[in-house]
Ligand binder design. Sequence first.
Ligand SMILES: Cc1cc2nc3c(=O)[nH]c(=O)nc-3n(C[C@H](O)[C@H](O)[C@H](O)COP(=O)(O)OP(=O)(O)OC[C@H]3O[C@@H](n4cnc5c(N)ncnc54)[C@H](O)[C@@H]3O)c2cc1C
Length: 398
Amino acid sequence: MTFFCGVVAVTLTEEFDAGLRREERDFIGRVKTFAQEVVHPAAKEWEYTRRVPVEVLREACALGLGSVELPVEWGGMGLSFGAKVRMAEELARADLAFAFSLVQHHNALVRIAESAPAGVARRLLPGLLAGEAIGCTAMSEAGAGSDFAALATRAVKVDGGWRLSGEKAWITNAAVAGVALVYAQTDPAAGNKGIACFLLADGMAGFSRPGAYELQAAHAAGVGALRMDDCFVPDEMLLYPPGSGFKAAMQGVNRARVHVTAMNAGMLRESLSLALHYGEQRRAFDQPLLAFQGLAWSLADVATDLEAMLALAYRAARQIDRGEDAQQAAAFAKKFGNEHALGGIAACMQAMGANGLRADVPLARHLAAAKLLCYTDGTVEMMNERLVHLMRKAAASA
Ligand SMILES: Cc1cc2nc3c(=O)[nH]c(=O)nc-3n(C[C@H](O)[C@H](O)[C@H](O)COP(=O)(O)OP(=O)(O)OC[C@H]3O[C@@H](n4cnc5c(N)ncnc54)[C@H](O)[C@@H]3O)c2cc1C
């Protein structure tokens, strides 16, 4: 059986790519090659050995995959959000965990370049650009997920800096993080206006990484906790002061919802390709499986969902690149992607019979990863909340 065969029609993606710049299309070509030749063959081993492939993250950074959106003058690729969305999609076809880890690293790096004091940015960026230090963003805690503003990590002002205490939970790249953007409460009475964001670097006294969680999937993303035990953070490492931390965190969320949808679409596309290939080759009752309508129609449903998922993701990406308000488009895309990737990948596994469960077929890995994506960057319930809020607001102003 050929894996990573890519037989599914790609019209929408071709149209989207045609709207990108020439250099962006070339970049996506390099991403595809990297995904197929480097990520895809190793992903099973990363999962089974529960390893974060830092050396491959570094390789990806050397090709510019860790700095797609960073302006050229800061050492990045200077490409559009659309190019990053396509990168996320192509990498997730091979392995969601790797794609997610790289994108989280990228996001931390860009935030530091944009918002850190110049001296701090100059000091941290070279290591991040080279992938020598891996970045992460720590908002969630054991008691604060969907309701991020309820975070309990405390930051207390002292002479020359801040003292941080608390524990972050479910942080992608936590196991290997060299630099972390840590959100903490400076004044519980101020609610979300008291939230600030600090830069913590590996080696700071009182900052520790208890290690990656044991999960059912996606170990290559090194998801785990970060601890701060009375950790002193100098003033210059304050990234977003109280009053702007919550807003800054929320600003990135629409973008995240769109590339998560693209990742879901990447995994679904790959799963459908494999199921179609299997259904054509595998014979039962003297015919290829795909000759049986009862099975083939389930894949037609998957193809329809994939097309809709891509359309929603690409529309939201275009809105973001045009600087438009993409709240609604991003929420539609995230909700649809979460709901339909899960069912679609399961349908592709069903079409492959017991062979869909084999370790050298990525479908079970993709299915578990699609479930993980149901929680990241806002659950389906949170998308519903957002959509209802926007609909009510629109109705009230009509
Ligand atoms: C693989 C993975 C990687 C992650 N990476 C990061 C990271 O890098 N950085 C980071 O900060 N966080 C990260 N997270 C955490 C993620 O952001 C949280 O899981 C998410 O915010 C949901 O929070 P929770 O899991 O605590 O669920 P909870 O908030 O406890 O919610 C539990 C359930 O209740 C529902 N619910 C909650 N509130 C409402 C409501 N008002 N109405 C209806 N239903 C509701 C939710 O939708 C959910 O179904 C990651 C999570 C995963 C799984």
